[in-house]
Design a protein around this ligand. Sequence first.
Ligand code: WT7
Length: 652
Amino acid sequence: MSESSSGQIDHVLDESRLFPPPAEFTQKAVIGSIEQYDELYARARDDRDGFWRQEALEHLHWFQPFDQVCKWEPPHAEWFVGGKTNASYNCLDRNIELGLGDRPAIIWEGEPGDTRTLTYSELKTEVSKCAAALRELGIEAGDIVSIYMPMTPELAIAMLACARIGAIHSVIFAGFSAESIADRNQDAQAKMVITSDGLYRRGKVLPLKETVNEALEKSPSVETCLVLKRVGNDVVMKEGRDVWWHDVVDKQSGDLPAEPMDSEATLFILYTSGSTGKPKGIRHTTAGYNLWAKRTFQWVFDHRDDDVYWCTADCGWITGHSYIVYGPLSAGATCLMYEGAPNHPAEDRFWDLVEKYKVTILYTAPTAIRAFIKWGDQHVDKHDLSSLRLLGTVGEGINPEAWMWYHKKIGAEKCPIVDTWWQTETGGIMMSPLPGVTPTKPGSCTKPLPGVVPTILAEDGSAVDQEHGGKLCIQQPWPGMLRGVWGDDDRFVSTYWATFKDAYLTGDNARCDKDGYYWIMGRIDDVINVSGHRLSTIEVESALVSHPAVAEAAVVGRPDECKGEAIAAFVTVTDPNPGEELRQELRNHVRKQIGALAQPDDIRFAASVPKTRSGKIMRRLLRDIAAGREAVGDTSTLEDFTVLAQLREEES
Ligand code: WT7
């Protein structure tokens, strides 16, 4: 059990309230009876290939039919082998063929309040133009394109344009540093970067192009940089490398056909933190991922024709890939996309958007919900939220208090809440209530979706009492599963498949209660979850020790009311009298190395970092200290852990 979240676990474990779906919701639901769920679940488990054959034929367009549903040679799986499809076609052309051309696909609002609506036909035209421009700039199928952009329609357009011609996108969240961009460009051997001049954040302009320019100094593989004009600030464009979006995209004709792609062609890679210092490029492929994103979207969000769906994530994370772009667009949904911060110009921006666009389905993160609670109910009370019919959460477990507030204050006690558990690696939602049928328990992601066969195992792979809990694993392949780690199959095998041979190791601890409900209990590795974002403690440590004043660093998560986990760093420095100035300098250094999201919340100067005799950092001890569970006097100044560490080692 991850100790950092143990306080929360105890809390969650006491939870026994049960909230059945409202009858009115159930009556109209896509999956409207528990028998229907049971039947789907049993069929997917007992006749995996038959089930997914039918799903794939019905829900994707095929340029060429597949001849095998699933080729499973653990740990490598291939789905819909021999088939040809295209994710951009499934998101655009197919919907237009189905008569949805005039339906809004993306309703966008910028942070300053500018708006734009793109119907499915218009989106297809824009995507085709961008795809044609990429071709003109020398991008071919299989090339990697890094995308570092604000949440504008062009971000989704760029992703779909890559998909249209078979290029592989690697979206980098626009909060990452130049170093992080360069690392990712380098690891993937990216050929192009798509960015913008800047982005709006709480009314200010962040100079994205400047950051990219710095990254490109260290990205020899990148030949071209395509730049969208978003904010109109001055930028440095490098002759022969940099081109403006409006110069090359606008002039193209809008009817570029989608390229038939192998089912198993890589659709995208997305870097995420693991338990070592180096982020890994999670590889997802075309057909299986597309089908998984689409079907899980339809099941979990009970999507209907008149819905206005809003996922508040950023496309820089997997949630944006699967539930802003590929899932909802394949399903012909109308998606609201918002560019900016939830508290700009005021703390009611989200509720203003819900009211203005009559949002029916809202998908957000527990950390955002906790911020809203902190900001006060008055911001919510100003707005009419009666259009909402379904609420979702993702990114971390939701504490029951936040769940209850979301249920009462936002959902007016009439909207089911779907707490969706999944990972970058799983491609889409794995466990979640089905809103029309699953009675919910605050804090539990409830049950697996059809096609997901979870099991909880002990350290040595033996069966454990499922109620007691252990390592959460998935036993069978599913269409949306990661196919690998970019350029590093050994890492793919050792991270996910070495512990238990035929089961995918999720990295989470979980327990399953007597009703078959799953409760996620935090990570088993050195990964921390800060505001729903995944970070490796080792990554932050490496950033800290790259500063000349730092001799050693140890980083742990500590519970935080708003962020879930905050970052606590213990550093040993060369300066005998370190002070506030150095603390600030180290914060900035980490921001520069990784990005603002990795900036430590606490930095404590320590005389030594406690280690076991074999040289492992004693994180357990540091987590206790960071959380204030151990009295060690004034912890803001130099700490000597030697004595404490010795005591601890004797204990264990
Ligand atoms: C890790 C995956 C899934 C997209 C966003 C994060 C934690 C995620 C839940 C949830 C409890 C959750 C897990 C997981 N997590 N959703 N509903 N309940 N924990 O994707 O960055 O790949 O992180 O987030 O620990 O392993 P990610």
